[in-house]
Ligand binder design. Structure first.
Ligand code: ZN
Length: 1001
C-alpha cells in the first residue's frame, strides 16, 4: 500500500502563507512549520499559553497558539486550564481521562492499556495518526514484523524493499518515568491534541506518514505520589514540603536503570509495547539541565554492542533537532554533553538494543508547577563548542516554558522523521538484518550455558531475563564439540564439548545485540578521555549471575541439532530416589531460603558439613526435609527450580533445624531506593519480611523478641550522623502519610514527620538486638554506619581513594569457605563494586580499627645486607626482633605478648571479626568495567561478619543485591539469614595471641 501524500503543493503553501495572520513569531522565512491559515485558533487557550510563558524566547511558532476544533476537546477540558499552567499537576488518572476523551472525539486517536504497575495502576499507550494508518496498523505491523525479523524474508533485500515502501514507522514517546520531573504529561496531552487537530501542512504530513505512540506516564505509582506532595505543598504555602520518599513501589530514579535486568513492570510494559508495535524509536522525556539537552548524541564511549548505523542515526536526529530549535530562536538547546552512551540500562536503550533508535531529552523543570526564579551555574550557561547559544544565567521559569520546549522539539523532530520515513525504515531493516548476520559479521556465533544441575537454578534466572528481552533460547538435542576462543589474546583456541540439554543463545536472531551486550564482558580503559562514567562500567550477567557461559565464535554450533526452549521450567524440580527424607543439595540456588518459608508445615534441617548419598555429593548447607510428601513438595520444588533426592536413611552428618527467620527491613526516611532493590529481590524470591523504619526502631525497646534478622540495606551515600539525627528540625514537620489531599502517600510506610532519624535510643535498641543474638545485615553506607557506631568491633573502612572503580565487576575469593555464608559457593565469586570500598579488620579496637602495629621487617633501617636481611650491630651477637607472622591484606595483624599485656583494646578471640570474602589479587581482580590503581583494594576484605554480644553484624562492601543483576551474590545474604543463629565459626584454639578471657558464645 502506497500512502496518500497529503502535503499540499508548493503553490498552495505559498498561497496559504499569503493569508497568514501577521505575528512576530510567524516569520515566513522558514515555511517548514507554516500553519494552515484557514484553521481558526482557540483564542482563550492561546492567550493563556502566552500568559504562562515567561519570555517569548521560551516559545516557538509551533506552540504559541492552539488550533481550535469544534469537536475535539483541548486539554483544558480536563485540566481546567492549559497544559503547563502554573500550580497544576494532573494525576495519571486525569491524564488518561483526557486521552480517552480525545479518542472518543477524534478518529485519529486510539488508546491502549499496556499493563499495570506493581501497585496495580494502569499504564497506557496512545496511538495518533490518520484513520487510514490506524485502521491499517495491524497489516503495517505484520510488514514491520518481517522487516524486524529478516529471517522471514530469507535475508533477501529484494523482498524487504516493497515492505519498506509500503510501511509507515512508529515513533514511541514516553513521559515522566522520573516522578520529580513533572512536565511531560501535560506537554504530551497538548502534543496529542495538536497532532490530532492541527491542519498545518507539516502536521498533516506527520500523521499521514507515521504513527506517533505516546505513553504519557511511565512511572504511574510515582506520578500519583508526586502530585500528592505537590498538592500538600500548595495547601501549605510558605512551608517546606516533603521530598518524594518513594517514587515507584521499589525504586526511584533507578527505574531508568532496569533495561538490563527487566525487573520492574514499567520496563516490561514499555518493551512489550515497543516491540508489539515494531516501533523504530523510543524517545524518553526527562528533566534536569537547562533548557533542552537532546542527549541522543551523548558523549563517548558509546556502547560497544550497537550497530554503527544507530550511532549515525543519533547524530542525524540529534544535530537536526538542535538546528531546528536554533532556527525557531529557542536558546539553550544542545545535543552533545556529558552523558556517555555506554551502559544499556536506561529505558530508552531498550530501543538501542532491539534494532531501533534510543532517544532522550532533558528539559528544564522546577520539580512541580511553580513558576520560579532559577539561578544557573556557570557550567550551565557558559558557551561551549556544542552549545553556541547557551541558556541564560538567570531566568523566571515556568512549567509552560518546559512544555513549550518539549513540544517544539518533539514536533520539529517528528517533522524531520516524517520526511525521512523510508530512510529510517531501511535502516531498521538493515540493523535487524545485521543482527541476524551477527555470527558471520562480527560474531560470536552463540553463547552456550552447558548443562549443569548445580547451576540450573541460576541459569534459568539468567535465561528468563533474556526471554523478557525477547531473546530466543534453544537447547541442544545432542552433544556438540565446538572450538572456543582462548581467554587471552594470542593463545590458541581450545575445544569444549557441550552435553545434550545445554542452553544455546544463537546470535543469528534479531535481538542478538542485547544478548551479546548482557553476556559479554566489558572493558573501560583507565585512560579513556571520559573521566566521569555516567553509570556502571561493567555489568556482565554471565559473571554477576555466577553462571558458566561459553562465548562460542565457531559457527558450527549453529548447525547442531537444537530445539527452542519454550518452557524453561520444564526440567526444574526433579525428584529422584526413594525414601521419606528429601535431600536438596546446596549449589548456591537462591531459592533455598524461600523454600524454608514455603515449607512451614514440614521439618527442614540444614547440614553443617558436606556428605555423599545415593552416589551424589551434597555440599554443606544442603537441606533435609521430612514430615512432608511428594504431592506437597513437588509443585513447590518446580516453582523454585530445586531438585531433590529421596533418601531412605538419615545421612551421618551434623545438622541443625533450618528456621524460618523473622526478618525486618529497616529503612530510613532519607532515601529508599537502594534498599528498594533489596525489597524487590526478596519479594520476587518469596521471602517474607516486616517493613519498619528507623523511627520504629527508635520506639521499639525489644526488637529481638520480634525479629531474628534486621536488614539495613544501603541508604545511598548517607552519613551515620544523618541516619541517627535525621533531617534538621528547624523548619516544619514533613509528613508522609495518607490524607484527603495526599491519598497516595503512606502506602509502604508512613510517618507524621520524615525528619526524625534513628536517634540514640534507636541505636541502643539495635545494639541490644544484636547482643541478644540477632543478625544485623549492613552494606556500603550502612556498613559504614555499623562501624562508626561501634556495632562492628575490629572492622574499619580501608583507605581506597586512589583506586578507580565505577560500578565494576570484580573477582573475589572466599576466605572462610567453612562459614555457612559460603555454602553452595565455589572458591571465587564475581561481585559488583560501586567504588572499590574495602574493609580492614583488626584484633584491637581504637583508631582506624587499631592498625597501629608495625611489622619490624616492613621498613628495615639503613645498614648492612639487603632489604630482607638484618642489620648487625658490630661487636656483639645478633639479637633478632620478635617476629609476628606475615599478615595478608585481608587479615588482622597478629599481636605479640607485649602489645596484649594489660591492653583493654584487645578484642577477645570470640568477638573478633571474621572475613568471609576478599578481593582477589591485582592481576585477576578486574572482570568487567573500569579498574585503575587497584593496589589499595586488591586482596582486601569485602564481606566481614563482626560479632557483638551473642549476635552478628554482617558487613558488605560490595552490594550483593543490586538492580536485579547480581543473582550470583544473593545467596551470601540468604545463607546468612538461613543460618543467622549458626554464624559463629568455631574458634581456633591454636590462635597464638589468645587472651585469657571467659568465653561468650
Ligand atoms: Zn530523569
Amino acid at each position: 500500500m502506497k500512502l496518500p501524500h497529503l502535503l499540499p503543493t508548493l503553490a498552495a503553501t505559498i498561497l496559504s502563507l499569503a493569508f497568514y495572520p501577521a505575528s512576530a513569531q510567524t516569520s515566513a522565512l522558514n515555511d517548514t512549520f507554516a500553519r494552515d491559515s484557514r484553521q481558526p485558533i482557540d483564542q482563550a487557550y492561546t492567550d493563556h499559553i502566552r500568559k504562562y510563558t515567561t519570555d517569548a524566547k521560551f516559545s516557538s511558532r509551533l506552540v504559541d497558539y492552539l488550533p481550535a476544533s469544534a469537536t475535539v476537546p483541548t486539554p483544558a477540558k480536563v485540566l481546567g486550564d492549559v497544559a503547563g499552567a502554573p500550580d497544576m499537576l494532573p494525576y495519571a488518572e486525569d491524564v488518561y481521562k483526557y486521552f480517552r476523551q480525545l479518542e472518543s472525539a477524534s478518529p485519529r486517536v486510539k488508546v491502549f492499556s499496556i499493563g499495570h504497575t506493581e501497585e496495580n495502576r494502569e499504564m497506557i499507550a496512545v496511538a495518533i495518526a490518520d484513520p487510514a494508518l490506524l485502521q491499517g496498523a495491524k497489516e503495517n505491523g505484520e510488514r514491520l514484523a518481517k522487516l524486524a525479523d529478516p529471517r522471514t524474508l530469507g535475508l533477501d533485500d529484494n523482498k524487504a524493499q516493497p515492505l519498506i515502501d509500503q510501511s509507515y514507522p512508529v515513533y514511541y514517546i514516553t513521559g515522566t518515568i522520573h516522578s520529580s520531573e513533572t512536565g511531560a504529561p501535560t506537554a504530551l496531552m497538548e502534543l496529542a491534541y495538536r497532532l490530532a487537530v492541527d491542519d498545518a501542512p507539516y502536521i498533516k504530513y506527520i500523521r499521514s506518514h507515521m504513527i506517533v505512540l505516546i505513553t504519557p506516564v511511565v512511572e504511574v505509582d510515582g506520578r500519583d505520589r508526586m502530585v500528592d506532595t505537590y498538592r500538600w505543598h500548595k495547601a501549605h504555602p510558605g512551608e517546606q514540603w516533603p521530598r518524594l520518599a518513594y517514587w515507584g513501589h521499589y525504586v526511584a530514579h533507578d527505574n531508568n536503570r532496569d533495561a538490563m535486568g527487566m525487573t520492574l513492570n514499567l520496563t516490561n510494559n514499555v518493551l512489550n509495547t515497543y516491540l508489539g508495535w515494531h516501533a523504530q524509536v523510543l524517545h524518553d522525556l526527562h528533566e534536569s539541565v537547562p533548557f533542552l539537552y537532546d542527549n541522543t548524541v551523548g558523549d563517548g564511549p558509546y556502547n560497544a554492542w550497537i550497530d554503527p548505523t544507530l550511532a549515525d542515526e543519533w547524530a542525524e536526529l540529534g544535530w537536526n533537532n538542535v538546528s531546528q530549535m536554533q532556527s525557531l530562536g529557542m536558546p539553550g538547546v544542545f545535543t552533545h554533553g556529558d552523558f556517555d552512551t555506554w551502559s544499556p540500562g536506561y529505558l530508552m536503550f531498550l530501543a538501542g538494543m532491539h534494532n531501533g533508535i534510543s532517544r532522550l531529552y532533558e528539559t528544564f523543570g522546577n520539580g512541580g508547577a511553580d513558576t520560579e526564579k532559577r539561578i544557573l551555574q556557570p557550567e550551565e550557561y557558559s558557551r561551549t563548542w556544542y552549545r553556541q547559544n547557551p541558556p541564560l544565567p538567570t531566568v523566571m521559569w515556568s512549567q509552560r516554558d518546559n512544555n513549550n520546549y518539549e513540544e517544539s522539539a518533539l514536533l520539529s523532530t517528528l517533522a524531520y522523521f516524517s520526511r525521512n520515513t523510508h530512510h529510517f525504515l531501511e535502516n531498521y531493516y538493515l540493523k535487524s538484518k545485521r543482527s541476524v548476520q551477527k555470527p558471520t559479521l562480527d560474531g560470536p556465533a552463540a553463547y552456550v550455558l552447558p548443562t549443569d544441575a548445580a547451576e540450573l537454578n541460576r541459569q534459568l534466572q539468567l535465561l528468563k531475563v533474556l526471554k523478557l528481552q525477547h531473546v530466543e533460547v534453544q537447547r541442544l538435542s545432542q552433544a556438540v564439540t565446538s572450538s572456543v576462543p582462548a581467554a587471552k589474546r594470542g593463545d590458541k583456541p581450545t575445544t569444549q564439548t557441550f552435553p545434550a540439554g545445554s542452553y544455546v543463545v544463537r546470535l543469528d536472531q534479531p535481538f542478538s545485540r542485547v544478548a551479546d551486550a548482557l553476556l559479554d564482558k566489558q572493558y573501560w580503559a583507565p585512560d579513556d578521555p571520559q573521566k566521569h562514567p555516567y553509570d556502571d562500567t561493567g555489568w556482565s550477567f554471565s559473571q554477576l549471575f555466577n553462571v558458566k557461559t561459553a562465548r562460542v565464535t565457531d559457527s558450527a554450533i549453529l548447525k547442531a541439532q537444537m530445539t527452542p526452549a519454550t518452557d524453561l521450567d520444564q526440567d526444574a524440580g526433579k525428584i529422584n530416589g526413594s525414601g521419606a527424607i528429601y535431600a536438596i543439595a546446596n549449589t548456591g540456588q537462591t531459592s533455598l531460603l524461600p523454600l524454608v518459608y514455603a515449607l512451614k508445615q514440614a521439618h527442614v534441617e540444614t547440614t553443617e558439613k558436606a556428605f555423599d548419598a545415593e552416589g551424589k555429593h551434597f555440599g554443606a548447607g544442603s537441606l533435609l526435609i521430612t514430615q512432608t510428601d511428594e504431592q506437597t513438595l513437588a509443585p513447590i520444588l518446580h516453582t523454585l527450580s530445586l531438585d531433590a533426592m529421596r533418601l531412605s536413611a538419615s545421612p551421618s552428618v551434623a545438622t541443625h533445624p533450618a528456621p524460618a527467620p523473622r526478618i525486618a527491613f529497616m529503612h530510613t526516611w532519607l532515601g529508599t531506593q537502594t534498599e528498594g532493590w533489596w525489597r524487590l529481590a526478596f519479594d520476587k524470591a518469596g521471602v517474607p519480611f516486616s517493613y519498619i523504619s528507623t523511627q520504629t526502631v527508635a520506639s521499639e525497646g525489644d526488637l529481638r523478641s520480634k525479629y531474628d534478622v534486621i536488614i539495613f540495606a544501603p541508604v545511598g551515600r548517607s552519613s551515620s550522623q544523618e541516619i541517627i539525627n535525621g533531617l534538621p528540625k528547624w523548619g516544619n514537620a514533613l509528613p508522609w502519610q495518607k490524607s484527603e489531599i495526599t491519598p497516595n502517600l503512606g502506602f509502604l510506610d508512613s510517618t507524621p514527620d520524615m525528619r526524625v532519624g534513628l536517634g540514640y535510643d534507636g541505636l541502643a535498641h539495635l545494639k541490644s538486638f544484636v547482643e541478644k543474638g540477632g543478625l544485623l545485615i549492613t552494606c556500603e553506607d550502612t556498613a559504614q554506619f555499623a562501624i562508626d557506631t561501634g556495632l562492628a568491633p575490629g572492622v574499619s573502612i580501608a583507605p581506597h581513594d586512589d583506586a578507580r572503580v565505577v560500578g565494576s565487576v570484580l573477582n573475589s575469593l572466599f576466605v572462610a569457605p567453612s562459614s555457612p555464608i559460603a555454602n553452595g559457593y565455589g572458591p571465587t565469586l564475581p561481585v559488583i563494586s560501586a567504588n572499590g570500598m574495602v574493609f580492614n579488620v583488626s584484633n584491637t579496637l581504637g583508631r582506624q580499627g587499631g592498625r597501629m602495629l608495625t611489622d619490624p621487617y616492613e621498613r628495615r633501617p639503613t645498614g648492612r645486607g639487603g632489604p630482607e636481611d638484618s642489620d648487625i650491630t658490630q661487636g656483639r651477637q645478633l639479637a633478632e626482633p620478635e617476629v609476628t607472622p606475615k599478615q595478608q591484606p585481608w587479615q588482622p595483624k597478629q599481636l605479640n605478648e607485649d602489645q596484649m599485656r594489660n591492653n583493654p583494646q584487645v578484642i577477645p578471640v570470640q568477638y573478633r571479626p571474621e572475613v568471609i570474602l576478599r578481593f582477589s589479587d591485582q592481576k585477576t581482580l578486574l572482570l568487567s568495567g573500569l579498574l585503575d590503581k587497584a593496589g589499595s583494594i586488591a586482596e582486601r576484605a569485602i564481606v566481614v561478619n563482626a560479632h557483638l554480644g551473642n549476635g552478628n553484624v554482617l558487613l558488605f562492601a560490595n552490594n550483593p543485591v543490586y538492580r536485579g543483576e547480581t543473582i550470583g551474590s544473593y545467596s551470601l545474604v540468604f545463607n546468612a539469614i538461613l543460618n543467622y543463629d549458626h554464624l559463629r565459626q568455631p574458634v581456633s584454639t591454636a590462635a597464638p595471641d589468645q587472651p585469657a578471657v571467659s568465653g561468650v558464645r
